[in-house]
Design a protein around this ligand. Structure first.
Ligand SMILES: [Zn+2]
Length: 463
């Protein structure tokens, strides 16, 4: 099945070189968000699409916040595939960089710059694959794709101001409507206990931002009393920080943990299996006992529990006045199947009698998402990863943060985090992303763009 997918060495090298070149150019366009200024990146991508006889659509959701979309038409026998990336990047602390973060410099086999990993490197791979497929169709008249391939490079993923794909799918849904979408956070090497895994993201936790408030009796601070809102609140914060919320294992969390257990084997594998067979109330304290790697235990805890993190406190205006209320800001993350109401229910249960003085108010909420992996696309991704790294073990995965997949899910799109990259042992994607001296190896990009090309061309019937 693979023989007819393999490109000639010249094409392979050409696609890798093109990816590096595109990435260097994209890094040199400073799209630090805020303020973003993604129109410069959108215009750059649009001009490349135009040069390759693909007519782009550029839409600004606000001045300088450009989004660009291109499409290669198929014969329509299958529904479209979307390759999407965000063009904005997080800001840099220049004094901590050893190179210009917007220089796109090559050094020791790496491309350096803000966005090299998150996610201009992936955007460059997607663009290179898109152009390679266009070129292949041009060179072979009569060949057609079974489905449209849509390429979208959008603004404003890194902040909450929502000038990118969120309003784009509301105002121009037909531009992006697709059966499947591929984007960031997945498909790259993850090492654990000497084994090599490829997590493919098929779920994301939800976000619930809320205030927790306590009320009490106001008064003069020179006469202390027991009904102090500040004391009620801090007791509640302390109790929540030590609380064990129940364990909930969603289908993707279960598949991830089963895949890890199979791959790791030995005591670690047996430990993960013990966790999976435990009931929800027992599972939670079991976590630390059976998983000895604290990083892995923390990650497994996060994907199997709703979590609460206090991130702010507000109380009082004057030193000698006992305030009548005090509030804490809570960042809560929910596993698939749980929203704000269930989160509050769990927090109240954890507080017990201490919760009688406490009220909760949700400020904003974004639901979790979870997609089936029983799809032809997931199978092709998994087979392709195994083909390109016979020692690697592809497993479905859940992201504890959030990506633009949340928006695409509203259009019914099945989204996978698939941005293939091959890291060396000791290199961890999560350690390098958003960090100083962000970089990606040329070898990793070359490996990744080939894997992405193979998945897209096979899935769209070009192979
Ligand atoms: Zn990103």
């Amino acid at each position: 099945m693979w023989d007819n997918l393999v490109m000639t060495d010249m094409n392979r090298d050409g696609m890798a070189a093109e990816t590096v070149h595109l990435l260097q150019d994209l890094i040199r366009i400073d799209t630090s968000n805020p303020p973003g200024n993604e129109s410069a990146a959108a215009d750059y991508i649009a001009s490349i699409l135009h040069q390759n006889s693909i007519e782009p659509v550029v839409i600004e959701m606000a001045p300088h916040r450009g989004n660009v979309v291109g499409r290669i038409k198929g014969n329509g026998s299958e529904a479209p595939l979307l390759l999407y990336s965000h063009t904005d990047v997080v800001p840099v602390e220049r004094e901590h960089w050893s190179v210009d973060p917007f220089g796109g410099m090559l050094r020791d086999g790496y491309v350096y710059g803000r966005g090299a990993l998150d996610m201009k490197g992936i955007g460059a791979m997607q663009l290179a694959v898109f152009l390679a497929i266009r070129q292949q169709l041009n060179e072979q008249p009569g060949r057609t794709l079974q489905r449209d391939i849509i390429l979208a490079a959008t603004a404003d993923e890194e902040t909450d101001t929502d000038q990118g794909i969120g309003p784009l799918i509301v105002r121009h849904p037909d531009l992006l409507r697709a059966q499947y979408g591929l984007s960031e956070f997945g498909g790259y090497t993850m090492y654990a206990s000497g084994k090599c895994f490829y997590p493919i993201q098929a779920a994301e936790k939800g976000t619930v931002w809320m205030h927790m408030s306590a009320t009490g009796r106001p008064g003069h601070a020179s006469v202390p009393h027991d009904d102090n809102a500040v004391v009620h609140l801090t007791r509640a914060v302390d109790k929540l920080s030590r609380a064990r919320l129940p364990m909930h294992v969603s289908p993707i969390a279960r598949a991830y943990m089963s895949g890890l257990a199979d791959g790791l084997g030995g005591a670690q594998g047996a430990g993960i299996r013990a966790l999976l067979s435990s009931t929800d109330e027992k599972g939670s304290p079991l976590m630390e006992r059976v998983i000895r790697d604290p990083g892995l235990a923390g990650e497994l805890r996060a994907i199997t529990h709703n979590t609460v993190t206090p991130t702010g406190l507000y109380a009082g205006q004057k030193t000698n006045v006992i305030p009548s209320s005090a509030s804490a800001v809570l960042d809560c993350r929910t596993v698939p199947g749980f929203g704000g109401a269930e989160m509050i229910h769990e927090l109240k249960r954890a507080l017990g009698s201490a919760g009688s003085m406490i009220s909760f108010e949700i400020d904003s909420e974004s639901p979790p998402i979870e997609f089936t992996t029983n799809t032809p696309l997931y199978r092709i991704i998994s087979q392709t990863l195994k083909h390109h790294d016979p020692y690697g073990i592809p497993i479905p995965a859940m992201l504890t943060g959030a990506t633009d997949a949340k928006h695409m899910a509203k259009l019914g799109t099945i989204c996978y985090g698939f941005s293939p990259m091959k890291f060396k042992p000791g290199e961890h994607f999560s350690d390098m992303v958003h960090g100083h001296n962000e970089r990606v190896s040329i070898e990793s990009l070359a490996w990744g763009v080939q894997a992405l090309y193979d998945v897209v061309s096979h899935f769209c019937g070009l192979a």
